[in-house]
Design a protein around this ligand. Structure first.
Ligand code: NAI
Length: 462
């Protein structure tokens, strides 16, 4: 039995970042992880592998659509699917080994196996029980399916199976127009699959600024994705190699069906806490399955903490990382803090979509007086040079004080551009602060400045 200051259960972005920071702050730290490799869902079967496939297929699409326009002649590349999957696996390997290296460097112990908490202050891994002053639940989340849908990870898949299909689908039905559905739908549409997305609501990407969502759906449709909106999936039947997705249109209750060789179920994720022994410990849970925590990540059991997808808030790797770092500071006797008002969200399609802070709909609902500054990438020379004039930057600022309340970008490198606005928001900046900051020409970031100018006396290139 080994004794630690902190044992963290789960080696994903929340857990491993928390561990490294704990160790850096002088705490004797261990991480329990049962997967063969560290990094959790994000590195093994989520963010990182999907970005590898998005990158490869983006280049394919560029070659097909744009090379000739630039005088780059010759046949477009063909796809070696096995090789593309091997590239993806290599990217995963490099990242997961990187975390192992960081653990060694920072002297974090990796307890290999699945952990449970037999009593307060104890963590069981295999036959061994370890003790710790503090225990952190960082066990993440799992895909949540639908009633009437049986996932086999071959024909009916979650994001995990979608990253490792035996072959490129001819017909793919995606259930759910959220982040996973649209990222993976884009990958397979670019690879030539006929992709239909079936969504319960009337708009894609719930919670996103409505103007951006509308423009996003239009651009995806232009890329060949089909959408069936306002459709509640009732079930999926599999016969041999063919899956039939049955749905009901909400507007008139009419029933219809779509057949496909592959079905991706992307209807959300739920906290993964099974097998930890939380019930026996009497840990208070929330109705939707999250561990209940106070403002400092403490659960209802003394010495037991929780972060990331296992607690409330957006299920995002970077949110979990921030919570991991903040908790490490708290456990080391310092003050840790997460600003939940400034957590960016990014969708890595082409164009990318990114947002931070309030949407226009939220501001209306709150009855706040606001102003909107918008700028189209059509007015941005750099974007036009690379055929990425679609999309815009939208900045929402307080009408009286000009303080930035939110920003929404659809366009090239949106996922990176958004961070300029995140930093500005952290500093309580006004739109004018952004507008008065010199931005290099020619960069995509000029579109951010122009949107900020549009909050005041007007953009220059609009
Ligand atoms: P999501 O919550 O983003 O979207 C699920 C969609 O499925 C919703 O639009 C919902 O209305 C729809 N839906 C639910 N039931 C349905 C039914 N019966 N019929 C038709 N449509 C139905 O969930 P998603 O895409 O599975 O992602 C899970 C989590 O992973 C999210 O929290 C997301 O933020 C995170 N994630 C983040 C990524 C990123 O930051 N780039 C990438 C991938 C996942």
């Amino acid at each position: 039995m080994a004794e630690f200051d902190v044992i963290i259960i789960g080696g994903g972005p929340g857990g491993y970042v928390c561990a490294i920071r704990c160790a850096q702050l002088g705490l004797k730290t261990a991480v329990v992880e049962g997967r063969e490799t560290l990094g959790g869902t994000c590195l093994n079967v989520g963010c990182i592998p999907s970005k590898a496939l998005l990158n490869a297929t983006h280049h394919l699409h560029e070659a097909q659509e744009n090379f000739e326009k630039m005088g780059l002649m010759g046949a477009a590349p063909t796809v070696d699917w096995a090789k593309m999957l091997a590239y993806k696996s290599d990217v995963i390997g490099q990242n997961t080994k990187g975390i192992e290296f960081l653990f060694k460097k920072n002297k974090v112990t990796w307890l290999k196996g699945w952990g449970s908490i037999p009593a307060a202050g104890q963590v069981k891994v295999g036959d061994e029980v370890h003790s710790a002053k503090s225990i952190v639940i960082a066990t993440g989340s799992e895909s949540s399916s639908l009633p009437g849908v049986t996932v086999d990870e071959k024909i009916v898949v979650t994001s995990t199976g979608a990253l490792d299909l035996a072959r490129i689908p001819q017909k793919l039905v995606v259930i759910g127009a959220g982040v996973i559905g649209l990222e993976m739908g884009s990958v397979y549409a670019r690879l030539g699959a006929e992709v239909t997305v079936v969504e319960y609501l009337d708009a894609i990407t719930p919670g996103m600024d409505a103007e951006v969502a509308k423009s996003f759906q239009r651009l995806l449709t232009k890329q060949g994705l089909k959408f069936v909106m306002g459709a509640a999936v009732q079930g999926v039947d599999v016969a041999g190699e063919v899956a039939t997705v049955r749905y009901k249109l909400r507007k008139d209750d009419s029933e219809a069906a779509l057949s496909a060789d592959t079905v991706l179920v992307a209807t959300g994720r739920r906290p993964y806490t099974a097998g930890l022994g939380l019930e026996a410990l009497g840990v208070e849970m929330l109705p939707r399955g999250q561990v209940k925590t106070d403002g400092h990540f403490a659960t209802s059991v003394a010495g037991l903490y929780a972060i990331g997808d296992a607690i409330v808030g957006p299920m995002l790797a970077h949110k979990a990382e921030d919570e991991g770092m903040a908790l490490a500071e708290i456990l080391a006797g310092k003050s840790g803090h997460v600003n939940y008002g400034v957590i960016p969200g990014v969708i890595y399609t082409t164009p990318e979509v990114a947002s931070v802070g309030k949407t226009e709909e939220q501001l209306k609902e709150e009855g706040r007086a606001y102003k909107v500054g918008k700028f189209s990438f059509m007015g941005n020379g750099r974007a036009k040079a690379v055929f990425q004039g679609d999309g815009f930057v939208k900045i929402l600022a307080d009408k009286a004080t000009d303080r930035i309340l939110g920003a929404h970008i659809i366009g090239p490198m949106a996922g990176d551009l958004i961070h300029e606005i995140c930093v500005a928001m952290e500093f309580g900046a006004s739109a004018q602060d952004l507008a008065l900051t010199c931005h290099a020409h020619p960069t995509y970031s000029e579109a951010v400045r122009e949107a900020a100018l549009a909050c005041g006396d007007g953009a220059i290139h609009a």
